[in-house]
Design a protein around this ligand. Structure first.
Ligand code: ASP
Length: 421
């Protein structure tokens, strides 16, 4: 799961490749007509979208195995003491809910997607039918008609349901076998670990192609629609940054109220982890740094640090949840569709699940986002637009994911500073 394996051209970092692709795409887009393309310009620029479409297809295909294996892997390998599990679950859920609500609130108030004046030609947006909220239907829908159905339908709720059930059972079997000194579970544990690594590696190949996709989609968009869509994208980036900052403020308030750690101390001493998260775009790669910083610099007990850093890294991705919800709302605004409150509720639920399943690797949020879009019938091809800014927003939301884990650790450490273990 090393970040290094996600880059195939080690000399030029991925973000720089994307920046270069963006510059070249602007030149190509202007050359092809900058909003007033000739008929040949249209044909040519349509072909430029092919790599992006292929990448989106690959991301959609990888989403379900990634989530399934990441959840099973976490269940099999992490150690959660029984007495802390309820408190931890409540903490994680509240933080994620707050993140999503902040995201939705900011997106509803700022309406970043409306800045385009719906200039982006909706590609088949007429197919987007609004689903009314039906809580019982939602509940019934959680149980798939067959175990493999969620993989076929890319249904995130059903998938997480299946993953959680199997995760709980595997965990229980493992505990029983350990008690009887049997080792049968180790084969399964290793197989799941290897499969997860394989998916992450394949994802690495797909991600390595992102600069080409960015070039194609940006050149095509500029050629056919000019620069207006990018103003909208700029508005989206600003809106996400505002929402992530509000989430950071929420963490600091919680740290102040519910732990002995002072917010300024928390930020100063924790900065190594936050900066590592920003520079690697991966909370998993950052995890050892987070763990060390929590114990050695902030001075938390090892038990609190490990729950926040190790369990949190796997299950707690508030920045990702916030981003997924905002992205769904943004694209619906771009398409001139109004996601009703019930539909936004479905976005909340699926974003929670999608963020639980988003492994802490670069761009995982982009992968699981395909499932959030599917849940409210938003066409996933619009995620193409977001690919252009994901390299930057991924860094920011990863820093918030890690800050969320650190906050949980600080709160679990309590209001009184205890002697170090
Ligand atoms: N890169 C994020 C992380 O590692 C996941 C995401 O893509 O949202 O936490």
């Amino acid at each position: 799961m090393e970040a290094k394996s996600l880059r195939t051209w080690p000399q030029i970092p991925l973000y720089l490749q994307i920046v270069i692709a963006l510059v070249l795409a602007i030149v190509a887009g202007i050359g092809l007509g900058a909003g007033q393309p000739s008929p040949e310009g249209i044909t040519l620029s349509n072909n430029l979208a092919v790599p992006c479409n292929l990448i989106l297809k690959a991301l959609r295909a990888l989403a379900t195995p990634l989530i399934l294996l990441a959840v099973l892997h976490t269940f099999l390998t992490t150690n959660i003491p029984h007495r802390s599990s309820r408190r931890l679950a409540i903490l994680l859920l509240t933080n994620t809910m707050v993140a999503i609500l902040i995201g939705l609130l900011v997106a509803n108030i700022l309406q970043p997607g409306a800045w385009s004046g719906n200039l982006i030609t909706p590609m088949g947006s007429s197919q987007v039918a609004g689903k009314p909220l039906d809580p019982w239907g939602l509940l019934q829908d959680m149980v798939p008609s067959s175990v493999l159905q969620p993989m076929v339908d890319n249904n995130v709720l059903q998938l997480i349901f299946v993953a959680l059930i199997f995760g709980v059972v595997f965990r229980a079997l493992k505990a029983e076998q350990i008690a009887k000194e049997q080792l049968d579970y180790t084969g399964l544990e290793r197989a799941i670990g290897v499969l997860l690594e394989a998916i992450v590696r394949i994802l690495g190949w797909v991600i390595a192609l992102i600069p080409i996709a960015v070039f194609g989609i940006v050149a095509k968009t500029i050629a056919q629609e000019g620069f207006t869509p990018f103003k909208t994208l700029g508005a989206f980036v600003i809106a996400v940054l505002i929402a992530l900052s509000l989430q950071a403020v929420y963490y600091l308030v919680r740290v102040q109220l519910d732990s002995w750690v002072k917010p300024s101390y928390f930020l100063r001493e924790g900065s190594d982890a936050l900066l590592t998260a920003f520079s690697t775009s991966s909370s998993t790669v950052t995890m050892p740094v987070t763990f060390r910083v929590l114990i050695e610099k902030i001075g938390l007990r090892e038990s609190s640090a490990s729950l926040g850093a190790i369990v949190g890294t796997n299950f707690n991705n508030d920045g990702t949840a916030l981003y997924e919800a905002m992205a769904a709302l943004f694209i619906s605004q771009v398409l001139g569709l109004h996601l009703s409150l019930p539909q936004q509720f479905i976005v909340v639920i699926t974003s929670i699940f999608a963020s639980v399943g988003a492994a802490g690797i670069p761009n995982a949020g982009l992968v699981t986002m395909t499932l959030v879009f599917t849940s409210v019938n938003l066409p996933t091809q619009y995620i193409a637009l977001l690919i252009t800014v994901d390299w930057f927003l991924d860094r920011c939301r990863t820093a918030i994911n890690v800050m969320g884990d650190m906050t949980v650790s600080a709160i679990l450490d309590g209001k009184e500073r205890q002697d170090l273990e």
